[in-house]
Design a protein around this ligand. Structure first.
Ligand SMILES: [Zn+2]
Length: 89
């Protein structure tokens, strides 16, 4: 998988985790920016994956079933924290 938009150290990675030991004081109950952005980053696919890429005629009928392998994605980042807000292919 090729990931476009990688940066060495995003701003959010410098924010220390503020979670405590108990559940009430931990993400996601506690609004911890580090853990929130870490979770977003971990949702980014790291390996190639397949999607449906069926051929559809003008009436909306599938004329050919096929899949396509996604080998490259591009990250979208927030301006403030450089956190991953999404990815596209
Ligand atoms: Zn945390």
């Amino acid at each position: 998988m090729k990931i476009n938009g990688l940066i060495k150290k995003a701003r959010w990675e410098s924010i220390p985790c503020g979670c405590g030991k108990n559940v009430m004081d931990s993400f996601p109950i506690k609004d911890c920016l580090h853990c929130k952005f870490d979770q977003c980053w971990k949702s980014v696919p790291q390996v190639d994956f397949k999607i449906n890429d069926d051929i559809i005629d003008k009436n909306g009928n599938i004329t050919k079933k096929q899949t396509k392998t996604i080998k490259e994605i591009t990250l979208s980042r927030g301006d403030k924290y450089q956190d991953v807000i999404g990815w596209s292919f």
